[in-house]
Design a binder for this molecule. Structure first.
Ligand SMILES: Nc1ncnc2c1ncn2[C@@H]1O[C@H](COP(=O)(O)OP(=O)(O)OP(=O)(O)O)[C@@H](O)[C@H]1O
Length: 259
């Protein structure tokens, strides 16, 4: 399995009243092609900062971040724009990526409108028809295409998150960054969304960065897990080794709380 993402020695600080906060301190990881890397840690451990660095919403102060060997922080202009199709995101609050004043189909096809040159294999036959493209994407996330004309506030939380996922996969990205995608949902809905993300990841052969404070959720979808604490990476291991005696004491603490 080749590496899609290589992050080496990432550091990111923020200036705040009273001093600097070192949100991410010397964090390194790789994400293989088709692999899911889970990132777990308590609130404030630096998880979302890692996701913002990957999405090129922030630049690291130090360290390198490569997508298929290309340095992401050095990209500018058109090259940066083009790279964005390869790394898409699903956030905790689906309302953040859905426009309340637009019917859901418009939000789903917006990434396709931004990249008219992109024709994902699963949209080949319908790419010229925006509503048909949205219908196909809704089907892929287990929603009835009859919901196309509905507005976000007419949907349940779980349905809204499925719409956000449809939008996230619309361009068939190489990496889907999921930042606490189930944290605002009921437990039973959470399980369905985790299952959906895992099956889409397999079906589309895409890589995933799955971020959560919930180790059980991370464990259920990830091939490998990175544990963060106070901006540091304290443990990295294959999902099957979660109960291995060599796990970091902090990982053991999280595992004990989760089971
Ligand atoms: N834009 C910012 N300005 C100032 N401080 C920030 C900013 N973004 C994050 N921080 C601080 O950096 C640290 C890490 O935050 P981050 O959001 O990455 O953690 P997290 O693990 O994702 O936590 P949460 O799940 O609560 O979002 C925290 O102390 C946070 O307050």
């Amino acid at each position: 399995m080749g590496s899609l993402i290589e992050a080496q020695g990432l550091c990111k600080s923020y200036r705040r009243p009273g001093g600097m906060v070192e949100a991410v301190r010397d964090v390194s990881f790789e994400i293989g092609t088709g692999e899911c890397l889970g990132v777990v840690g308590e609130s404030g451990s630096g998880k979302s900062t890692v996701s913002r660095l990957l999405l090129a919403l922030e630049r690291p102060d130090r360290g390198s971040l490569r997508l298929e060997g290309v340095s992401l922080p050095e990209l500018k202009g058109e090259a940066l724009r083009r790279s964005r199709r390869h790394i898409q995101a699903v956030f905790q609050d689906p309302s953040a990526s859905l426009n309340d004043r637009l019917p859901v189909w418009r939000s789903v096809v917006e990434p396709l409108d931004n990249f008219p040159e992109v024709v994902p294999p699963f949209l080949q036959e319908v790419r010229q028809d925006r509503r048909a493209s949205a219908a196909r994407l809704l089907e892929m996330v287990g929603l009835d295409p009859g919901l196309l004309g509905r507005y976000p506030h007419e949907l349940s939380g779980g349905q809204r998150q499925r719409v956000a996922i449809a939008r996230g996969i619309a361009l068939s990205p190489k990496l889907l960054v999921c930042d606490e995608p189930t944290s605002s949902l009921d437990v039973t809905v959470q399980a369905h969304i985790l299952k959906l993300l895992k099956s889409l990841q397999r079906e589309l052969g895409m890589s995933m960065l799955f971020i959560s404070h919930d180790l059980a959720a991370v464990h259920s979808v990830s091939d490998r897990i990175l544990v963060m604490k106070d901006g540091l990476s304290v443990d990295t291991f294959g999902s099957g080794d979660i109960l291995h005696p060599e796990r970091h004491p902090y990982t053991r603490l999280l595992a004990a709380a989760a089971h």
